[in-house]
Structure formats: C-alpha cells, structure tokens
Write a protein that binds this ligand. Structure first.
Ligand SMILES: [Ca+2]
Length: 96
C-alpha cells in the first residue's frame, strides 16, 4: 500500500494536485467574499453620507435620527460583521 499525500479540501478530485480548475474555484470563492465586504463597506459609507446630508439640509432632525437608533445600530453591526468576518478570514487563510 502506497503512502498518500495529506488530503486538501481544495483538491476536489483528490489526486494530490491542485490543478487550474480547482484553483479557479478557490479564486471565485475568495473574490465573492471580497465583493461582499466591499458592498458592505460601500453601504455603510453611503448610508452615513446620506444621513449627514439629510440632517445638514434640514430634511431630517437629529431627533428623527435618534428614533432610528435601533435599526441603524443593527445595520452598522451587521455590515461591520460582514467586513470583520472577511478580514478575519483573510488573515486566517494567509496565516504563516
Ligand atoms: Ca486535484
């Protein structure tokens, strides 16, 4: 019986080599994760900018912003979680 190489979860056909197609799967997966993080960051930036503009134009009062406190906290928390998960995953994948 021959010694086999340690299994790698990216080696989909388990031939011991990560070929071009298997590398493309990894690349697409990581690109999608990066896209999620960029969209989450853009949503935070856009939402904050719009709120600041609306308050500075007098369309919304600070009291109206206060009444949106809980939904805004959830929004920022969830979007920050998406970004934090991506960054943590990148650090974990690229660990030495
Ligand atoms: Ca393979």
């Amino acid at each position: 019986m021959t010694e086999t190489t340690p299994t790698n979860k990216h080696d989909l056909n388990e031939d011991g080599v990560i070929d071009e197609n298997e590398g493309a799967v990894i690349f697409r997966w990581r690109r999608t994760q990066r896209y999620f993080a960029v969209v989450a960051f853009a949503a935070i930036a856009l939402n904050t900018t719009v709120l600041i503009i609306l308050v500075s134009m007098g369309v919304m009062t600070p009291d109206m912003i206060n009444s949106l406190g809980a939904p805004l906290a959830w929004f920022y928390g969830v979007m920050g979680g998406v970004i934090g998960t991506f960054m943590g995953g990148e650090v974990f994948i690229n660990r030495p």
